[in-house]
Design a protein around this ligand. Structure first.
Ligand code: 16G
Length: 254
């Protein structure tokens, strides 16, 4: 009999007692990674030990571990076992503040970074022209970026800004809001629309999650004090990395 393990305890395994065994084992490991009981580079017990601790077959354990390796949660090193790839960085985001990604991550003690996928000045699409209230012939700055926190991909963003507000797109550094602030055009108000989606294979790969993984699709339209639109942004946030928090009040001013 193998010693009790904090993650692979038969009692924990029995809680969500529905569904195929290998999926239940996957869920057990995923939740341990999410809540920090398993951290980056932690070694898992061997296949044989897990099977014995949970009283399931080695084939079941192998299938669950293989899936998690495919999904990038675990990695296997020949001869030395199975390890956790990275700890999940999960962020709580209040929905009532108009802040930037850079500010949000710094406020949580995480280091933001950017991988640029596109930075161009181009004619707007009809949708962009309408949302941004552009005159005929006006151009937009289009920025597509992978946003990371502590080197872990968190969100994919496409931000579109009227080119007249950012005359020098080359000077845009890692923060769009810093560039807008410098240009005297930082937004003061925004409308956001959130919906659930499953990621396309390309987007899933960029975000280092499995094909079809759940994500949050967020559109933000931001405005200057005088009501002119500044930004039309479409974001795909990793579903396993964000909790969006909304504060509700009764609205009677008390
Ligand atoms: C956030 C905003 C995005 C904005 C960006 C600016 C959401 C859903 N989106 O990601 O609209 O463009 O921050 O961040 O919150 P930056 O100044 O770090 O580039």
């Amino acid at each position: 009999m193998t010693d009790a393990h904090p993650v692979f305890a038969p009692t924990a395994f029995g809680v969500a007692a529905a569904g195929p065994l290998y999926l239940r084992l996957k869920a057990l490991i995923q939740s341990a990674v999410h809540d920090g009981r398993l951290r980056a580079n932690d070694a898992l017990p061997s296949e044989r030990e897990i099977a014995s601790m949970l009283d399931i077959s080695r084939v079941t354990v192998r299938k669950a571990l293989a899936d998690l390796v495919d999904e990038g949660v675990l990695k296997q090193r020949r001869g030395s076992g199975t390890f956790v790839t990275h700890s999940a960085t999960r962020v709580e985001q209040r929905l009532s503040r108009l802040t930037s990604f850079t500010e949000d991550m710094l406020a949580r003690g995480l280091t933001p970074s950017v991988r640029w996928l596109l930075k161009q000045v181009a004619p707007p699409t009809p949708e962009e022209a309408m949302v941004l209230g552009l005159s005929t012939g006006e151009r937009v700055v289009r920025l597509r970026r992978l946003r990371l926190a502590n080197d872990q991909p968190m969100a994919l963003e496409l931000a579109v800004v009227p080119a007249r507000l950012l005359p020098n797109p080359e000077a845009i550094g890692s923060s769009l809001y810093v560039a807008l602030e410098t240009a005297g055009a930082r937004p003061v108000r925004a409308l956001q629309r959130l919906s659930a989606e499953s990621l396309s294979p390309d987007d899933a790969q960029l975000l280092s999650v499995a094909n079809g993984a759940p994500a949050l699709h967020i559109e933000r339209i931001s405005y200057l004090r005088d009501g002119r639109p500044v930004e039309f942004t479409k974001c795909h946030y990793r579903g396993d990395a964000y909790d969006f928090i909304v504060e509700l009040t009764t609205g009677n001013g008390e």
